[in-house]
Design a protein around this ligand. Structure first.
Ligand code: AR6
Length: 180
């Protein structure tokens, strides 16, 4: 049986999946990190569509077309800025994954790739963030059969190694890993 979750080391903008998730900010008007890379690769129409969305709250997500990307859609999720851990950061990060997956199901998306939301500019500790990401995706997949594949995309070898270690904690024998 095809595995439902994969770990991928590389650039999320190159992936031919139904949807890639963007680690956006509340303005949805672009920025640095993966957000900047997605906007550059998708072209200026993405920003034009984002302007019409009137922003997005932290923990929530909105969908757009993907324009020049190989993906069909971009789901823009807004992760929390890490402020020490006592400001609801963990729930807000979990909500990013849950809400992105709900939007994916509503739009008939079967394959979806997530970056490691909030762990760059927003400084959410990667160890904690990866456990939240894995936990939320796995619990969603248990209840929702329409999603065929979820990719966790890591941009650095060190992040990849942390995700791989944490996948092992969830005892996933059929995890497929792929290094770009
Ligand atoms: N493909 C996959 N992952 C990437 C790529 C890429 N091309 N580029 C970076 N990453 P960040 P955040 C990884 O900072 O922490 C933006 O300015 C990166 O190594 O992109 O949620 C937004 O506009 C890290 O592991 O997002 C917001 O203002 C992960 O993506 C703010 O940054 C997330 O890092 C959001 O901060």
């Amino acid at each position: 049986m095809k595995p439902k979750r994969e770990l991928y080391l590389g650039d999320i903008t190159s992936l031919p999946v139904d949807a890639i998730v963007n680690a956006a900010n509340t303005s949805l008007l672009g920025g640095g990190g993966v957000d900047g890379a997605i906007h550059r690769a998708a072209g200026k129409e993405l920003l034009e569509e984002c302007r019409r969305l009137n922003g997005c709250k932290t923990g929530e997500a909105k969908i757009t077309n993907a324009y020049k990307l190989k993906a069909k859609f971009v789901i823009h999720a807004v992760g929390p800025v890490w402020r020490g851990g006592n400001n609801n950061e963990e729930n807000l990060l979990a909500n990013c994954y849950k809400n992105s997956l709900h939007i994916a199901v509503e739009n008939g998306i079967k394959t979806i790739a997530f970056p490691s939301i909030s762990t760059g500019v927003y400084h959410f500790p990667i160890e904690k963030a990866s456990l939240i990401a894995i936990r939320e995706v796995l619990s969603f997949l248990e209840k929702e059969a329409s999603i065929e594949k979820v990719l966790f995309v890591c941009f650095s070898r060190s992040d990849y190694d942390i995700y791989r270690k944490n996948f092992a904690e969830f005892e996933l024998p059929n995890l497929h890993t792929d290094r770009a």
